[in-house]
Design a protein around this ligand. Structure first.
Ligand SMILES: *Cc1c(COP(=O)(O)O)cnc(C)c1O
Length: 390
């Protein structure tokens, strides 16, 4: 972990032309303090060991790699899954919130605030807050509060306060604006726990580092199975945190890195550069720079922007980005369930859908492909049942 910061230029606070720190004057001190604190913590073996110990004893790491025997046979490729769906709370989000909750303690702060769209990051943050004895407030668009009633109940059960946001379109992007606004007023005792590799520096870097554990585990695991690196690493992209963590250890290898966006929220493929939510990145925006609503079958992917590292990797062509439609995702969701006995979350079903489409096309037959299964599908079963009319 420690060596991973060597190549990062803290003074620029960015990934090439993307990233940076675009915050109101009143937050400059807080994000600067966070940068220094994170760097010190991440270079402190005691902090890193504590973080890893909690991920092991509480969150269920390391997660295994599973070979998809039936799909491999039918597709003519070697398909492997990195099983983030098996972690406590059911997705990779736990890796990030444990890291940020530990930092909050280290800063001597007593409260976490977070934004959430579908509620998954809100539940993860409420979980970490309960574990560490921190107070927790989650901002959630009023429309999402209605759509995601079960996650709202979970957050409250875990002891968090959920505040419906009624401004703008009453969804995720408005919840982010509201959380940032609130943070200004309570920054002395409160840490803003951002849920993906987005926001002002150091968040995109810090969240990637907390998700690096995915590839730090997967690289030796897949090497033990194959005797070499995989030909492809594939992950879905919302804000881009599971993908950033999945790519991190392979950036300097020959492995082909692929990010898969939803067709209705493809900020890399269809977006344009801009400065929103504290960072310079790519966004779906209108001619006035107003964010548009993303549309996707999976609520966890409908952020209309993307983390700056992905905008950067795309510009370097180090990673490739594709998008898939909702109907391809529905097929992938069912096919993984039927052929492997694994019900994926709709988010990583995007990554599976791309592999199903491209095996024998973009992906040559015989290739080894490692897909990050970022979460489990229990939360989505009702949605899929409704769409399929069952
Ligand atoms: C939130 C979520 C995502 C999208 O977020 P990223 O930051 O792009 O990883 C993907 N998969 C699952 C299971 C999620 O809960």
């Amino acid at each position: 972990m420690v060596e991973s910061l060597d190549s990062y230029d803290f003074s620029s606070g960015g990934f090439g032309e993307f990233g940076g720190r675009f915050v109101p004057e009143s937050l400059v001190a807080a994000v600067s303090e966070l940068e220094v604190l994170f760097r010190d913590a991440w270079l402190d073996p005691e902090f890193v060991n504590q973080y890893k110990e909690i991920l092991t004893s509480y969150a269920g790491r390391p997660t295994p790699i599973t070979r998809c025997n039936n799909l491999s046979d039918s597709l003519g490729i070697e398909l492997y899954l990195k099983r983030e769906d098996l972690t406590h709370t059911g997705s990779h989000k736990i890796n990030n919130v444990i890291g940020q909750a530990l930092l909050t303690q280290r800063m001597g702060k007593t409260r976490l605030i977070a934004e959430t769209g579908a509620g998954q990051h809100g539940v993860a943050t409420a979980t970490a807050a309960a574990l560490f004895g921190l107070k927790c407030t989650v901002y959630m668009g009023a429309i999402d509060v209605e759509r995601q009633a079960l996650n709202v109940f979970r957050m409250r059960l875990l002891g968090a306060e959920v505040i419906p946001v009624t401004s703008g379109s009453k969804t995720l992007k408005d919840a982010i604006n509201e959380a940032m606004r609130e943070w200004v007023a309570c920054v002395h005792d409160t840490h803003y726990c951002i849920g993906s590799v987005m926001g002002p520096h150091p968040y995109p870097l810090m969240v990637r580092e907390f998700q690096r554990i995915i590839s730090e585990e997967s690289r030796p695991q897949i090497n033990a199975l194959l005797g070499r690196d995989p030909d492809y690493v594939v992950a879905c992209i919302g804000g881009g945190s599971n993908a950033a963590g999945s790519f991190a250890k392979y950036l300097e290898s020959d492995t082909i890195l692929v990010g898969v966006e939803p067709a209705g929220g493809a900020a890399i493929i269809n977006g344009t550069p801009g400065v929103i939510h504290g960072m310079r990145s790519r966004f779906l925006q209108d001619e006035y720079g107003q964010l548009e609503e993303a549309q996707s079958i999976s609520a966890g992917l409908d952020y209309p922007g993307v983390g700056p590292e992905h905008a950067y990797l795309a510009s370097l062509k180090r990673a490739s980005y594709y998008c898939v439609t909702d109907s391809m995702v529905l097929d992938a969701f069912q096919r993984l369930a039927k052929s492997e006995g694994i019900i994926p979350a709709l988010e990583p079903a995007h990554a599976i859908a791309w592999v199903l489409k491209e095996a024998g096309n973009e992906i040559p037959l015989g290739s080894s492909v490692l897909v990050t299964l970022s979460g489990r599908g229990d939360k989505d079963s009702e949605t899929v049942a409704r769409i399929l009319g069952q």
